[in-house]
Each structure stands twice: as structure tokens, then as C-alpha cells.
Design a protein around this ligand. Structure first.
Ligand code: FES
Length: 384
């Protein structure tokens, strides 16, 4: 087939039933659209990070990328008004004898508008000054009507100890002060649709989780996370934050890039009823998976157990307990000491120095799968 020959890609009736469809020309993806009696054909690969335009939808004359909603004119491939320079290749397409014909050589080129990178996308630079301790309080409370929180109070003691006795810089982020959207499941569309910086952060300047990302990735050496126990689990705000950190973990999986290196995490867990070990287990598991290190005894906790319902006494108990506040300071001390050890020895940069063995890590396909598939397709002579 000569490249400039028209190719019959199917029945017009079929294409006019669906506003946007993906057509494969060999290995080339094309998004074929139909609107008000007109056909259009543009590249099926989005300019942003390669989303499948042929699986998108039509918004007026524009194909909307299903990943992060960039728009391209269904016939010219140009970006939406103001972003015309962001264009994907367009193809000639026509209807003849109730068939749709497409010429496989594009009539325009892919062009990209210059987009300033998000500030979070800058390289991560190791801190060589005073150790920095970031506290993240995950308890929920009414804006302007602050109440006493046991986890928040112990976190403040830990940060105060780090700053006043250990010579650290410290910073407290309270999730309940931030307005941020829940994770919207870009990863569920495709691993590559989950981006760093987070797709929501890049799209929505009102979203304030950038402060947590900035603190975690670019600022902190030590991360102290405090949570109340709510129905046997960490707080809902903790999980809302953790779901948005998928983008940090996912960089490991899709790009072999570790955003959190030589960072130490510790946890403060308090609750009226028990379940400390399960909450700690989840937190340890998650922060390990995003690359954090732990000191010896990486969490402190307090709980009065199933039979206690006198929460007024519980809050007073924590407020007054010298031991608990000293324990919070000691946790900060262990984390800071560990951060110092890591800084002195520094973890080997496996990403640059040698290929990393990924067996057993998340989303790593095992060699046994490949072997089994290989056997099915092409059995070895004399094999089973
Ligand atoms: S908008 Fe298309 S890949 Fe992001």
C-alpha cells in the first residue's frame, strides 16, 4: 500500500453511530470523529502525556482527551482557543459509497505550545543545612472552632522538641486547613495517566495539596504524621492525603524514579478506643512503599481501650501526661538521629548506579509469567 493511498476504514453508518472512535493504521493510533454529518481524523495520541484521544469524547468541535481533558479540534487537530499551537496531526478523511476513507499521511504536524513546568517538577535537591522536620496533622476539625486534639498536641510537642532541643527547622501542616480534592483515579485509567506532579495539582491552582507535596518531596528530612484512630483506622483526611500520594509511589513504578530518598518517617497515633497496631501497620506499610526509612521504634501511640467512653478525661489525660509529651519528643529525636545517619552514609542511588532488582516490588511482572507465556507460544523441544 502506497502511503498516500486512501484506506477504507469501515462503514460510514458504523462511524456515525459513535462521536469518537480509535482506529489503528498498523501501529498508528487515529481518533476518528463524526459530528453533524462531518467526519474528522486526528492523531490518537494526546500532546500532554500520550492519552488515547480515540477513547475520548466530543465537546462541540473538540475531542476531549479522556486522561486530563486537553482538547483538540476534531478536524484540524488544533488545541482549543488560546492553545492552538498545541496541535496533534490531522488526517484527510471522506465518505464515499457509504464507506469512510482515510489517507494515512497526516496533513499537519504535531506542534507543542511551551508550558512552563509546575514548580514541583523541579529536581529534588538534598538538604545540607539543619535537619528539617515536617509535621502533618491529619485530624479533622471545624474551621474557626478549634478543639483540643490529642494527636495534634503530641505532634506539636514533637516539633517543639525538634526545634528547641535538636536544632532542627520545623514546620506544621494541618490537613484540615487545606482545601484539596480527593484523588480522582487517574491511575485507574492508566498508570501513565497518574503524573508527577499530581494531575489535579497541575490542573487546579485552587487545590492546596501542593503544600504537602512541597514539604514531603522538596523540604523535609523527617516526616512526622499524627492521626486519631477513627473506627479502627487512621483518619479520613489521612487517607484522602495518602490516596493523592499515589503519584509519588507511581513514579517508582512507571519511571524508576524515587522522589523520597534518605527521608525518615515517624507516627503519632491516638484514639479513644484501640486498634493502634493495625493503624500503625497501615502507616508503616504505606510510607515504606513510597521510600521512607524508619528509626528504631518508629511510632508512639496512646489509647484507653474499648470500655472507656469518658473522652473529656482522655483529652485531659493526654494534656497532662508528661510521659506522653516526652515520648513525642523522643520519637522526633529518634527520627532526627536516623536522618543524620542517612545523611552521613547516604543511600546508594540505585537508579543511577546500577539497574535495580525489582522482583517483589509493586507492579513488577514476574519472570515466571514471561516463561510460562513463552512456553505456551513456543514449546522447547523435548519440553513438557
Ligand atoms: S490530557 Fe491527554 S494525556 Fe493528559
Amino acid at each position: 500500500m502506497a502511503h498516500d493511498e486512501w484506506v477504507d476504514i469501515g462503514a460510514a453508518a458504523e462511524f456515525s453511530r459513535q462521536p469518537v472512535q480509535q482506529v489503528m493504521l498498523g501501529r498508528v493510533r487515529v481518533a476518528v470523529s463524526y459530528r453533524d454529518g462531518r467526519f474528522g481524523a486526528i492523531s490518537g495520541v494526546c500532546n500532554h502525556v500520550g492519552g488515547p484521544l480515540g477513547q475520548g469524547r466530543l465537546d462541540g468541535d473538540y475531542v476531549v482527551c479522556p486522561w486530563h481533558y486537553w482538547k483538540f479540534h476534531f478536524q484540524t487537530g488544533k488545541g482549543e482557543p488560546g492553545f492552538e499551537e498545541d496541535a496533534v496531526p490531522a488526517y484527510e478523511v471522506r465518505e464515499e459509497n457509504a464507506r469512510v476513507l482515510l489517507r494515512p499521511i497526516p496533513v499537519s504536524k504535531r506542534t507543542r505550545k511551551l508550558h512552563a513546568p509546575h514548580p514541583l517538577a523541579r529536581p529534588v535537591v538534598a538538604n545540607s543545612g539543619a535537619i528539617r522536620v515536617l509535621g502533618i496533622s491529619t485530624t479533622s476539625m471545624t474551621q474557626g472552632q478549634e478543639r483540643y486534639s490529642t494527636s495534634d498536641d503530641l505532634l506539636k510537642s514533637a516539633l517543639a522538641h525538634a526545634a528547641s532541643s535538636l536544632g532542627c527547622e520545623s514546620q506544621l501542616v494541618r490537613l484540615h486547613d487545606l482545601k484539596f480534592r480527593p484523588c480522582e483515579g487517574f491511575y485507574s485509567k492508566s498508570a501513565r495517566a497518574c503524573t508527577w506532579p499530581c494531575s489535579i495539582t497541575q490542573m487546579d491552582p485552587e487545590d492546596q495539596l501542593d503544600r504537602v507535596y512541597e514539604g514531603l518531596v522538596h523540604w523535609a528530612d523527617v516526616i512526622l504524621v499524627a492521626t486519631p484512630i477513627r473506627w479502627g483506622a487512621a483518619s479520613s483526611l489521612y487517607f484522602k492525603m495518602v490516596e493523592r500520594m499515589n503519584c509519588i509511589q507511581n513514579q517508582e513504578t512507571i519511571a524508576g524514579r524515587s522522589l523520597l530518598r534518605n527521608k525518615v518517617a515517624g507516627f503519632i497515633i491516638t484514639g479513644g478506643q484501640d486498634n493502634v497496631q493495625a493503624v500503625a501497620g497501615q502507616m508503616l506499610g504505606f510510607f515504606a512503599e513510597i521510600g521512607c526509612q524508619y528509626p528504631q521504634y518508629p511510632y508512639i501511640a496512646h489509647s484507653r481501650g474499648w470500655s472507656a467512653e469518658d473522652m473529656e478525661n482522655n483529652t485531659r489525660y493526654v494534656q497532662d501526661s508528661k510521659l506522653l509529651h516526652e515520648g513525642a519528643g523522643a520519637l522526633a529525636g529518634r527520627c532526627v538521629e536516623m536522618a543524620g545517619i542517612l545523611r552521613a552514609g547516604s543511600l546508594k542511588d540505585e537508579m543511577r548506579e546500577e539497574p535495580r532488582a525489582r522482583g517483589g516490588r509493586k507492579a513488577q511482572e514476574l519472570d515466571t509469567h514471561a516463561q510460562l507465556q513463552g512456553r505456551g507460544a513456543d514449546p522447547a523441544p523435548g519440553g513438557e
